[in-house]
Design a protein around this ligand. Structure first.
Ligand code: 0X9
Ligand code: ZN
Ligand code: ZN
Length: 448
């Protein structure tokens, strides 16, 4: 034990995990850098590697490019030397956040909240996993007419992965839509949106004719937190954790990037075979229980699934396939059109601008993502949605942005869902036209 502590002391960074304490980001800064030429790219890559900086965008130094935005966290300890090194190769930087901890809410405050009923569940706050489990229970008890909960599988740390199925009884065959949130632990706005989405559907299903129309044909499946172990870890220990919590190489490193662990060009681009990396792709495709659970489910349901949505942050993108290649899939023209419609409906709410496109063309190539795996199974309307913001707060999006973010995302997501509904169930799509036809018929009958 002494040896461990002594080692930990020397390495500094290990202490919090060893003692079960929270990692402190006090004084750390978030910088934005846009390298202007090849030399600056090489210089920045060198600094990132030698100081082992925590790159937020892109995830790997190799993916830094001329004139594309780089976001990186600089620990307070190395702020001075890193900035000096940047100035030496004339890299200019902008300080996005000058002290990271000021935007990290304190989970201790949350513990006392413990809402037990739905009426006081606060959708404009981030919630620890305990609250979300409880919310799932209360939601299914209170709305058993519409919502049921099911177990998708177990996480690495043996926690149940519950999803909600929103379904209205019907005697005709239906289709289904999948949405998951929180595959990346630190992207807290994503689980907040999944909860908001379920709340909105349940609250409005009797009065909103669009929701009524959709629920006649389609069951909605929502997994509020995919990476539960990682999410809990962001509350207890490291607010900026991205991966799952599986143990590798005798406990020298932890976690797999679950969005690199799917069996689609697995581990070839934008991912790493090194288990200390934030984009570690795992030992093999679907090696992680969380990934395997999604894969098994999708394989069973693929003939019913007409749309797959996976919610992330940040960057404000609606992404179509693929991430692993710049080549566009056959369905691109139609899927991008729908993404554009969704982005424009989204923007109408609060003016937030989203970009649409394929991930590989907008950012960098990444293989092994759930979106691409599902797309290549034949589900063309497979989207990754990267929510707010566009760089100011990034993974530490303040709570006062939860509501506007969820409102606008709801508008975007509903546009996609309505489009696929109308495509697969065309007879109900043109209800106004249908009614007109019926009226004409009745009029004809009456008058003859
Ligand atoms: O890199 C990722 O996994 C996602 N970005 S994030 O910053 N939330 O980590 C984007 C995945 C996009 N995937 C595909 N378009 N296939
Ligand atoms: Zn109800
Ligand atoms: Zn993500």
């Amino acid at each position: 034990m002494y040896l461990i502590l002594w080692n930990a002391g020397v390495l500094g960074i290990l202490i919090p995990q060893v003692l079960g304490m929270k990692i402190n980001y006090d004084g750390d800064q978030l910088l934005q850098i846009i390298p202007q030429n090849k030399d600056q790219v090489l210089c920045l890559q060198g600094i990132c590697r030698s100081s082992q900086l925590d790159l937020w965008k892109p995830l790997k130094p190799e993916d830094i490019n001329v004139r594309s935005v780089v976001h990186v966290r600089i620990p307070s300890m190395v702020l001075q030397p890193v900035k000096e090194a940047m100035l030496r190769c004339s890299l200019s930087f902008k300080i996005l956040v000058d002290n990271l901890t000021q935007f990290m809410s304190n989970p201790e405050e949350r513990k006392v909240r413990g809402e037990r009923s739905l009426s006081d569940y606060d959708y404009t706050k981030y919630h620890p996993m305990e609250d979300i489990y409880n919310w799932i229970n209360v939601m299914t008890e209170k709305h058993s007419d519409l919502v049921t909960q099911h177990k998708l599988g177990l996480t690495y740390e043996s926690r149940p992965m519950h999803y909600l199925k929103i379904s209205k009884p019907s005697n005709r065959p239906k289709k289904m839509i999948w949405m998951d949130c929180g595959i990346h632990a630190r992207e807290w706005i994503a689980p907040a949106f999944c909860q908001w989405f379920v709340k909105e559907i349940i609250q409005n299903h009797q009065k909103d004719s669009r929701i009524q129309k959709i629920l006649k044909n389609i069951d909605l499946y929502v997994l509020p937190v995919l990476n539960i172990d990682g999410y809990i870890y962001t509350w207890t220990t490291d607010r900026l954790w991205r991966k799952s919590r599986s143990k590798h190489e005798n406990g020298t490193c932890y976690g797999v990037d679950l969005n690199r662990n799917f069996n689609v060009k697995w581990c070839s681009f934008g991912s790493s075979t090194n288990c200390t990396s934030n984009s570690y792709c795992g030992a093999s495709p679907a090696s992680e229980p969380e990934t395997k659970a999604v894969v098994d489910f999708v394989e069973i349901k693929k003939s019913e699934m007409i749309c797959f949505l996976t919610i992330h942050s940040y960057s404000q993108y609606i992404l179509t396939a693929h991430g692993y290649s710049k080549d566009l899939p056959k369905s691109y023209n139609e899927t991008i059109k729908v993404a554009e419609m969704a982005a424009s409906e989204l923007q109408k709410k609060h003016g937030t601008v989203y970009k649409v496109g394929s991930f590989a063309n907008l950012l960098y190539e990444a293989s092994g993502t759930s979106q691409d795996w599902v797309h290549d199974l034949g589900i063309e309307f497979s989207y990754t949605i990267e929510l707010r913001d566009n760089g100011t707060y990034q993974f530490v999006l303040p709570e006062d942005q939860i509501q506007p973010t969820c409102e606008e995302t709801m508008a975007g997501v509903m546009t996609i869902i309505e489009y696929v509904n109308d495509k697969y169930f065309p007879s109900q799509a043109s209800t106004s036209f249908g009614h007109l036809y019926l009226y004409a018929l009745v009029f004809y009958i009456i008058n003859n």
